[in-house]
Design a protein around this ligand. Structure first.
Ligand code: PLP
Length: 438
């Protein structure tokens, strides 16, 4: 790379020519990143960052894993692209490895370019399979930014995008800010299930194709569902003949310390949507794992869906190498161990030290949220400018996190070690002290 490349050059290039997601373009100040390795990133001027955001919660194996880079390079040398209608070695190997990590009874994989279009196709499959139209999904959810996926999304980003039809929403459990006036997990679970039953009854069970639910809602706040909730949703879906879709795009492939987040909850859906962690986003990919019953339906019924790059060889090679590396290097076990022994206890200790600003800590594995408040009794969310100032203070100290609303999501790669966790906890402590006493 030419020595004339520096932060200022890359920043100016971006600001002049690049149009960014989810932004008012004039207010942007993007961080310049030049390279990375493992949990570390750096810029052109030699500044290093500890990445506890995993970018958009996708680099589960960390940055630049050498085996995955080598597999992408080898595939590029052999065949960079081929039509989805062909049989391709890496596509078959990737599907086989993904299904090996799914619960029993899953038969096939449909590949897409990312998470949103994977949700589009899961909803399409459910509608085709049932002959029904409506999709029920949670208000506290994010399912992607394409036609139906953004309308299935519950969070307010849905509102300016509501062009698709047939989408209805319900409240999912969130004890800290209970919609059901519940005072413990058991009550929250029971009341959330009764609420869902009423929504199904009122929307007409015979009109509902699918319930679409993140198995552990991520962007909405890392809302670990109470014991029994996911099984309860499965029972309701069975009772009314509704397809159950779990969106594992953010929570899947190691993030919760299990291969899939659903492994924590003992409930099995009919379709599983994945993306991000399946190959850490090294080459864009997503897809739908399909149960035997739905897969067999399409043995005799036409599936009206497809994408030019479905099962793109470079993305498939990255999936094969990622899943092999995750198994060989015990990354899922590491995520669980770090969550239980270092990250979870460390974040809880911070919450105990700063009870006036941290209202709740929740999570699993390497998937944690700290909820910030200005009044812990009223649970008043910390306002956006203070959250942005906190994010800037963390970044200035070299720590990247994922800030949403009044929360910091602490979501490092699955390979993070205890030393890196301690470094991050030290930076949090310094910044939270200033916020609490400021
Ligand atoms: N589903 C969930 C649970 C997600 O978290 C996301 C992205 O954050 C998506 C779907 C959309 O994925 P993508 O941005 O790859 O389209």
């Amino acid at each position: 790379m030419s020595s004339s490349i520096n932060n200022q050059y890359v920043y100016d290039l971006d600001r002049q020519y690049v149009f960014h997601s989810w932004s008012t373009q004039g207010s942007l100040n993007p961080l310049v990143i030049a390279g990375g390795e493992g949990c570390t990133l750096w810029d052109y001027d030699g500044r290093r960052y500890l990445d506890f955001s995993s970018q958009l919660v996708n680099t589960n194996i960390g940055h630049q894993h050498p085996k995955v880079i080598a597999a992408i390079q080898a595939q590029a040398g052999e065949l960079v692209t081929v039509a989805p209608a062909t049989a391709n070695l890496m596509r078959g190997e990737a599907a086989k490895r993904i299904l090996a990590r799914a619960p029993a009874g899953f038969a096939k994989v449909f590949f897409t370019n990312a998470g949103a279009d994977a949700n589009e196709n899961a909803m399409r499959m459910a509608r085709q399979y049932t002959g029904r139209d409506k999709i029920l999904s949670a208000y506290r959810s994010y399912h992607g930014n394409t036609g139906a996926a953004i309308v299935a999304t519950g969070d307010p980003r849905r509102v300016p995008n509501e062009y698709a039809t047939g989408h209805k929403h319900f409240f999912n459990p969130y004890l800290y800010r209970s919609e059901f006036n519940a005072s413990n997990e058991e009550e929250e679970c029971e009341r959330a299930l009764q609420h869902l039953r009423r929504v199904i009854e009122c929307e007409g069970p015979g009109a509902i194709a699918a319930i679409l639910l993140e198995s552990l809602p991520g962007t909405a706040g890392i809302l670990v569902p109470p014991a029994g909730y996911m099984q309860g949703v499965r029972k309701l879906a069975d009772e009314f003949g509704i397809v159950l879709i779990f969106d594992e795009v953010m929570a899947g492939f190691g993030r919760t310390g299990q291969w899939l987040a659903l492994d924590n909850f003992g409930a099995v859906p009919d379709l599983i949507v994945f993306a991000k962690g399946v190959n850490s986003g090294y080459v864009p990919a997503g897809g739908v794992m399909i149960s035997k019953a739905i897969s067999e339906h399409f043995d005799h019924h036409f599936f009206p869906g497809g994408l030019t790059y479905s099962g793109h060889p470079l993305a498939m090679a990255a999936i094969v190498a990622t899943l092999d590396a995750m198994s060989a290097e015990g990354m899922v076990e590491n995520a669980r161990m770090i969550g239980e022994s270092a990250l979870g206890p460390g974040l809880r200790a911070l919450a105990a030290r700063y009870p006036m600003i941290i209202g709740e800590v929740r999570g699993l594995g390497v998937f944690w949220a700290l909820e910030f408040v200005t009044d812990p009794i009223q649970k008043t969310p910390m306002p956006a400018p203070r959250m942005q100032a906190m994010k800037a203070a963390l970044t200035a100290r070299g720590l990247l996190t994922f800030v949403v609303d009044n929360r910091i999501h602490v979501v490092p790669p699955c390979i993070v070690n205890a030393e890196q966790v301690n470094e991050a906890l030290g930076i949090f402590d310094e910044v939270f002290k200033a916020v609490a006493h400021g």
